[in-house]
Ligand binder design. Structure first.
Ligand code: PAF
Length: 282
């Protein structure tokens, strides 16, 4: 596996691969790799000649300096995981100036309102930061296909929108949420939870499964009350929000319409760690 540590090395590598007519699959990450990331590489492996990943903890998408500071970083461990997986041909690990040559700041984006829902309300500026870094990485890596986890479903929608509006001609693929055996959605943030708290946090997934069972037989306001009751009973957990939203517009709904598809979204703070999850409702 090639380890590309700056923009110039990446560009030389990409040029060689393009000359050979290779189809490139790309999965950007912020490191602290886990099996969820490996599932992105597996999806990329199945559809491309070459799989590239990147590791870059993007400062502009953190609206909380403490969160950025605490974000787990261990590049040597990540490189070992990538090498052992055998799924990735090259990893790009840029320095801040490779992505932000002048100042580490976001570009303003118009994602047609997707940015104003859910995470956009709780994390102002977050999606401009994501759009900025992903657009820059796309321009440098020039992939044919790019892969993102559905755990960050709103991020996935926003990246699809940005790619379309900027005419980048990259196919964006969503990959199913990878869950631990107890159902907890895998996230780099889970490393900050004790084993016991990771076990307790399975209640998030179990609640989403219940919501899916209630869907279309119980009213949405009633579902919301039931979900709130579940988390009121969990010591040390605070539910930040729960909502059912239209999968396309991400707008919250209080009624079901037959011809639309819906997804439940939830954010819970567990011992100061912000866990997010979602589930498509059948
Ligand atoms: O999902 C992530 O890990 C990040 O938001 C991404 C897409 C790599 C951009 O920094």
């Amino acid at each position: 596996m090639e380890v590309l540590r700056n923009k110039k090395t990446l560009q030389d590598f990409i040029e060689r691969q393009r000359e050979m007519g290779k189809k490139i699959g790309f999965a950007p990450t912020m490191g602290a790799l886990h099996n969820g990331h490996l599932s992105l590489y597996e999806a990329a492996r199945a559809e491309n000649d070459l799989v590239i990943s990147s590791i870059f903890v993007n400062p502009t998408q953190f609206n909380n300096a403490e969160d950025l500071k605490k974000y787990p970083r261990d590049t040597n461990r990540d490189i070992k995981i990538l090498e052992t997986s055998g799924l990735v041909d090259a990893v790009y690990i840029p320095e801040v100036q490779d992505i932000y040559p002048e100042k580490a700041e976001s570009q303003p984006y118009d994602f047609d309102g997707l940015e104003n829902e859910m995470e956009g309300k709780s994390r102002p500026g977050h999606f401009d930061g994501v759009g900025t870094v992903v657009e820059e990485l796309f321009r440098q890596v020039k992939p044919d296909n790019a892969y993102f986890g559905e755990k960050d479903f709103q991020q996935l929608a926003i990246i699809k929108k940005m790619t379309e509006k900027k005419h980048l001609h990259i196919n964006i693929h969503g990959v199913d949420i990878y869950r631990a055996e107890n159902g907890l959605a895998l996230s780099s943030r889970n490393q900050r939870l004790s084993e016991n708290r990771r076990e307790d946090s399975k209640v998030i997934y179990e609640t989403l499964v219940k919501v899916n069972d209630w869907f279309r037989t119980v009213s949405i306001p009633e579902i919301k009350e039931r979900v709130q009751d579940i988390f009121d009973d969990q010591a040390g957990m605070q539910m930040e929000y729960f909502m059912i939203a239209d999968e396309k517009t991400l707008k919250e709904t209080d009624f079901f319409y037959k011809d639309k598809s819906y997804r439940a979204f939830i954010v819970v703070m567990v011992d100061g760690v912000r866990l997010i999850d979602n589930m498509h409702l059948d």
